[in-house]
Design a protein around this ligand. Structure first.
Ligand SMILES: Cc1cc2nc3c(=O)[nH]c(=O)nc-3n(C[C@H](O)[C@H](O)[C@H](O)COP(=O)(O)O)c2cc1C
Length: 415
């Protein structure tokens, strides 16, 4: 019976354990998590979501307070178009986060950055270019382009000296999305180095509608693998979403995938960015607590634990400090929803906004508990302590369980 360790992901002459830990924003896939995975010989991700606030917290920079001070007179305004990011500051925070991670890197694995393209930051092309090139300049091994895949992203990096040497990958949820991307980038003579195929059971934003349950990862992977074969394109395909055991992974590795991308099991790792108290909520969650809703202002469905504070909260939009979801015209759907509720309840001390959430603030504060579908199985991966809490797990334990387990078994950690 095979285990994941019988396979290797190859990039030219380089070989790694075919386990990739997916990017999880905002700083859920932390430096420590990525560094551990790289030490263990796999591929770890950091996330480039909201890096100015992340480096403020980790490295004592002051990006958020500077921006907030600059735009403080706009806080009560509904029009946020003047709230622009300083491109120099984005570049600096990206360089800081990436270089600090890469300098600490040990082992034979790799570290990629997940770049969520739906973070339009009131100037989509300019800010994305700075984020992508900043990560390349700071020595990242690879970039995974995700949510809201911008068909022109490769072109934004075209002039960077590392454009052809860094690994560049994309996340798609359908063959159609892949074909669109390939058509658009064909003039650059630069194919993606890997393609992550993310199915409907993943965490974070989904590349499906609310009818996500009708889709199946195996089917989408098979279509994409067959298409690449027909086109004689030798690009590693990486399956993601709902791969919970080593045996689930082997199933994909035996059927045309070069690696798997996993995340949910690592949300309860000691090195993951989610605070321990909230990790207990992930452990406790039942299948009934999983929901896919439309409250993200990005317009994409997102999976969350039902009782998280972000759902139904009515906080004042915080775009002067954050504003990562402002589109090219300085608009975010949460601002409209918030102002509508405020007008309907002018005398209320506290309002509730049910249809949208202030995703920047809630993600930054770990109040939006986004999760993969199988979060409700996390309790089966550890021991219950006498006080009713669940024992935390090391990244090494979870990684090795994926790497070596057979027969759908999950190894429990030492007590
Ligand atoms: C808590 C959490 C946050 C996530 N955030 C992101 C993100 O910011 N960007 C992204 O591309 N994918 C994100 N994902 C998706 C993962 O990177 C990964 O592809 C997917 O969840 C794998 O499926 P699994 O969680 O069932 O193992 C997130 C997943 C989780 C669980």
């Amino acid at each position: 019976m095979k285990c994941v360790d019988d396979f290797r992901l190859r990039f030219g002459k380089r070989e790694v354990v075919p386990i990739i830990i997916g990017g999880m924003g905002v700083d859920i896939s932390s430096r420590q998590l990525a560094l551990e995975v790289s030490r263990l010989g796999g591929i770890g991700h950091i996330s480039d979501a909201m890096l100015p606030t992340v480096t403020d917290r980790l490295d004592k920079t002051k990006f958020v307070s500077v921006k907030q001070k600059q735009y403080k007179l706009n806080i009560k305004e509904t029009d946020k178009s003047i709230v622009q990011f300083d491109l120099g500051q984005i570049a600096e925070s990206t360089r800081l986060h990436v270089s600090k991670t890469m300098e600490a890197k040990r082992g034979d694995g790799m570290i990629f950055v997940n770049c969520m393209e739906k973070l339009t930051m009131n100037a989509p092309r300019e800010t994305l270019r700075v984020r992508l090139c900043g990560a390349l300049d700071a020595g990242i091994d690879g970039i995974t382009l995700s949510a809201g895949l911008h068909l022109g992203s490769f072109a934004l990096m075209e002039d960077n000296p590392r454009f052809r040497d860094a690994k560049l990958g994309i996340i798609v949820s359908s063959l159609r999305a892949l074909q669109l991307f390939m058509r658009k980038t064909s003039r650059l003579n630069r194919l993606p180095d890997y393609i992550v195929v993310e199915g409907p059971l993943a965490g974070g934003h989904l590349g499906f509608g609310l009818d996500w349950a009708k889709y199946d990862l195996h089917t989408i992977v098979a279509e994409i693998v067959a298409h690449l074969k027909t086109e004689q394109l030798d690009i590693p395909v990486i399956a993601a979403g709902g791969i919970f055991t080593g045996s689930d992974a082997v199933d994909f590795l035996e059927n045309g995938c070069a690696a798997v991308q996993v995340a949910t099991r690592f949300t309860v790792a000691q090195e993951c960015g989610i605070p321990p108290k909230i990790q207990q909520e992930y452990f406790k969650a039942t299948e009934d607590d999983m929901e896919v809703n439309m409250i993200s202002p990005t317009g994409y469905p997102m999976r969350m634990i039902k009782n998280c504070p972000a759902i139904g909260a009515g906080i004042q939009p915080n775009c002067e400090a954050f504003g990562y979801l402002l589109d090219a015209k300085g608009h975010c759907d949460y601002i409209d929803a918030y102002n509508r509720e405020l007008a309907l309840h002018p005398d209320a001390k506290k309002i509730s906004v049910k249809d949208k959430t202030c995703l920047c603030t809630h993600m930054r504060n770990y109040d939006c508990w986004t999760c993969g579908h199988y979060t409700y199985r996390l309790k089966d991966t550890t021991h219950r302590n006498p006080d009713g809490t669940y024992q935390s797990l090391s990244t090494e334990h979870i990684f090795k369980d994926y790497q070596f387990s057979v027969d759908n078994k999950i190894a429990l950690p030492p007590k």
